[in-house]
Design a protein around this ligand. Sequence first.
Ligand code: SF4
Length: 347
Amino acid sequence: MITRSELSVQSRAQISTQTISDFGCWQTQLAGAITSPEQLLAMLQLSPGLLSPALKACQEFPLRVPHAYIQRMVPGNPDDPLLRQVLPVGEECQHIEGYGLDPLAEQSQNPTDGVIHKYHGRLLLIVGGACAVNCRFCFRRHFPYQDNRLDRDSWHNAIEYIRSDTSIKEVILSGGDPLANNDRRLANIAAELNAIDHVATLRIHTRLPVVIPDRVTDELINWFARQRLQPVMVIHANHANEIDDRVREAMFRLKQAGVTLLNQAVLLKGVNDSASALIQLGEALFKAGVLPYYLHLLDPVHGAAHFDVPDVTATRLIQEVMAHCPGYLVPRLVREIPGRPGKTWIL
Ligand code: SF4
């Protein structure tokens, strides 16, 4: 077992074998995630006054957060940037004009169950609705996953759709969190995609290696190493405190398996809306072998308006980051506008 202090001084070349944390295997951690606001507040020694609004907000979108993520929060701090991403709050219940249930109009770009085809040359496969953590700002917090299950028939239809459109060079596994599927199911999905000649890249958008780093199993690493498809993983970290030694270890193992590692963050009020927070995030990512890729402006989803950062502030923050960092540590500031064939670059 590698201790965390030992790990911080190891070179990436030395990190080649999996370690299992004190929390058990990743499935155990997934099943044992905290779903009770009362329990979370007690664990973090926070005011019981936060409970009533949390319970109300949970009726629309439940709390879900694993122990490995809670461990990185500071007890007694209601403004902890990791806590703010997961704790349900009263503002979520307010109806704000311009904020809706399907902010990116994905349900009109859904040619067959489990497929979202909104970008040129690439499409998303919704390979499940489960997540390790329920992020309060998630633009899919109201997504009808029950109508997009990839059962045997819909999976066949999805594969035929990809096979029949030779413009599709890249398939993006999305969700939910695609890594909430077990390694065998992922291998089966990849095997079918491998057999389609015009698909060259397999991208996985996931938050699981950040919130439960033990998800990066030996089996997953071996699976990546065997791919014909070029593997890309886009993780989702919003604050430097999310990237601890366990996450770094997971990232180094993925990199050794040939996976291109990128990060997309969301600009969130009270979480990362300062130049220093964004600079620290970029540096922490780079130390883990991950390049900052996108910084998203918030998608206007009902329940998340309190996270919004105005465009003018966002632009100023990125300019400050540009003044302090090399270009490769400056994420592209983007917004997703429904109907456009890609992200819209703001800066
Ligand atoms: S892990 Fe991703 S899909 Fe799941 S709730 Fe968070 S942002 Fe949404």
